[in-house]
Design a protein around this ligand. Structure first.
Ligand SMILES: Nc1ncnc2c1ncn2[C@@H]1O[C@H](COP(=O)(O)OP(=O)(O)OP(=O)(O)O)[C@@H](O)[C@H]1O
Ligand SMILES: [Mg+2]
Ligand SMILES: [Mg+2]
Length: 571
């Protein structure tokens, strides 16, 4: 009993007090997987954390945004950028953390070419002097962890489970490093100091995740929170969000295993693949070495082989020689400042989600697409005045309104159809162009009209996608109907199933008939098979017509017409 209590206490002190009930996973039966994630999110501020120089985008020429402090010139001093602090407070409030009214900065020493100062300024310990009055006054230098926020909570959802509460251990402010690139051809390293000193938030989760899927959901949810509060772009591809993932395995009923940390993962896909490989590697090791524990290591991830590899063992772990930064005083926050930021906190993803579901109940079945929408909802400009330049959610809500065109009310729009077009087609095509929602040049009235044209049969779905591609490449204020007419995208239909549009005129009808007749002439053996009762070949004939019409033929109308013509010819 006593030992059990001691064991429970030791787990609790290591952050495991909330161990969830064991759930067997058929991919690794008998094993429990534990994952904790350290996320580094670049703070979305115009200036760096401790210097006045601007932060850089990916396209900035190397070494253009560098102050003497960023380049570690002797005699230069850091000065905290209060905007970065405010954004960290926003994040902490969104993650339901307790904010330290007094925190401090430390130096974490290591020597690397992308680290001009020879140390990184971060938040690790608080070495201030505490006066204790017991019998005689005692002076104690307390080494207390002092990050800006601790004890947070983030609720995540996975399709398999009910919502999971992931505890956030701490949020700390720190500097980003410079970037070094090695050119093997000329055997030279190049250093770009643009990133040096950019503000980062390290957000550390407790070991509350139990599968690669939960880890993926955690990072995606965190991304949407950071974007909603405007504290980070959270863009993994561009490096504004990077994850170190800690993985351990233990047999059912055993205490948690020894963790290995996989560094610097820059996509959710790679992170999940790294976890899967670690589970395989660690369980194989434990099966092959009964009674042993997994050696604690820091590992990297090879994006080509999808495997992790050893970087260093615990024994080789560097001694960072943490010490308080003597050039930076304590970071003292007033309750009033925190309250002010709280008052202006924009709605959080889960609040927006439930508001949208209330307004459009049919979206309940579209949970995944809704998450995509919330995740890209970062159109707003960062500012504390509550100004909103319009994110993806606002765009979607504008789309859902019944349009009034030329004084007439348009058709009622279906939120499910609009969400599909927005998340699959619009975001999909933007992604192939390496763009994000903020680059979308289509107004909500243009995009809404485009979807209306497809919905009322004026153009086919295929033509709708072509039209969208064209409008993304050639931004203008022109109406989609006008462009569709100019490019002859108007659907070819039969007169009997003519859509409610004046544009599907009789010439279009005859064009479809001509195309169907020529397909019948081109495919005699398929026509013979159709006559013999093989309905499957109909798809081939319809496909032929669709191709010849460059996607303008309406599939249902074409099907009916081909059948009719084949039967007619027979008679
Ligand atoms: N047994 C375990 N299995 C998996 N993850 C664990 C386990 N124990 C702790 N963790 C996770 O490891 C992470 C530890 O991060 P933390 O920043 O506290 O320390 P660190 O990795 O030692 O330091 P550094 O910031 O220098 O990398 C946390 O996310 C925690 O949840
Ligand atoms: Mg850490
Ligand atoms: Mg770590």
């Amino acid at each position: 009993m006593f030992l059990r209590r001691v064991y429970a206490h030791s787990l609790k002190s290591r952050g495991f007090h909330d161990l969830r009930t064991y759930q067997d996973d058929p991919r690794w039966p008998g094993w429990q997987v534990i994952v904790g994630i350290e996320t580094h999110a670049q703070i979305k501020s115009r200036r760096k954390l401790f210097s006045g120089s601007f932060t850089s985008g990916v396209d900035d020429p190397p070494n253009t945004n560098v102050s003497p402090f960023d380049a570690a010139f002797p005699g230069t001093l850091p000065k905290v950028n209060s905007k970065c602090v405010d954004l960290a407070i926003r994040t902490a409030l969104a993650l339901k953390s307790s904010i330290s009214l007094r925190s401090s900065f430390d130096r974490k020493h290591y020597f690397y070419s992308d680290q001009p100062l020879g140390y990184q300024i971060t938040q690790q310990y608080c070495a201030y002097v505490v006066l204790l009055f017991i019998n005689i006054p005692m002076l104690i230098a307390a080494n207390m962890p002092a990050p800006i926020a601790t004890n947070g909570l983030l609720e995540i959802e996975t399709p398999q489970n009910s919502p999971i509460q992931v505890r956030i251990k701490q949020i700390q402010l720190e500097q980003d490093t410079a970037k070094s690139t090695f050119n093997p051809r000329i055997q030279k390293s190049h250093i770009d100091l643009n990133r040096a000193g950019t503000g980062l938030m390290e957000i550390v989760s407790e070991p509350d995740l139990r599968s690669p899927e939960e880890a993926g959901a955690y990072v995606r949810t965190l991304q949407s929170v950071l974007r909603a509060v405007g504290s980070s772009d959270g863009n993994m591809e561009q490096g504004s969000l990077r994850c170190d993932v800690n993985v351990s395995v233990n047999r059912k009923g055993d205490p948690p295993g020894i963790r290995c940390e996989i560094k610097n993962l820059n996509s959710v896909k790679f992170m999940m693949a790294a976890i899967i490989h670690e589970i395989k590697r660690q369980t194989e090791f434990l099966n092959a070495n009964p009674g042993a524990t997994v050696p604690q290591e820091t590992r990297g991830f090879d994006e080509n082989t999808f495997e992790t590899f050893r970087l260093r063992s615990k024994e080789d772990a560097p001694d960072y020689r943490y010490m308080p930064d003597p050039n930076l005083g304590a970071l003292v926050l007033s309750q009033a400042r925190i309250e002010e930021i709280k008052k202006n906190l924009p709605p959080l993803p889960w609040e927006i989600r439930s508001r949208l579901l209330n307004k459009y109940p049919s979206l309940r079945a579209k949970g995944k697409s809704l998450d995509v929408l919330l995740n890209v909802n970062n159109g707003r400009e960062v500012g504390f005045d509550g100004e909103d330049s319009g994110g993806a959610v606002e765009y979607f809500e504008r789309l859902c309104q019944t349009p009034v065109r030329d004084g007439n009310r348009g058709p009622e729009r279906d939120p499910v159809v609009l969400l599909n077009w927005l998340t699959h087609e619009l975001l999909g095509q933007l992604a192939t162009r390496k763009e994000t929602f903020t680059d979308n040049p289509l107004s909500s009235s243009q995009f809404g009209e485009l979807v209306d044209l497809v919905q009322d049969g004026t153009i086919t779905g295929t033509s709708g996608k072509h039209l969208l591609r064209h409008m993304l490449s050639n931004p203008s204020s022109r109406r989609p109907r006008e462009i569709a007419t100019e490019f002859q995208l108007i659907a070819l239909t039969t007169s009997s199933s003519s859509p409610s549009t004046a544009l599907a005129d009789s010439s279009a009808t005859s064009e479809l008939e001509i195309l169907c007749r020529s397909a019948i002439a081109d495919l005699p053996s398929e026509v013979a098979a159709l006559r013999a009762g093989n309905k499957n070949v109909l798809n081939k004939i319809v496909g032929h017509v669709m191709r010849k019409s460059r996607g303008r033929a309406d599939a249902t109308a074409t099907r009916a017409l081909v059948e009719k013509l084949v039967i007619q010819d027979e008679q």
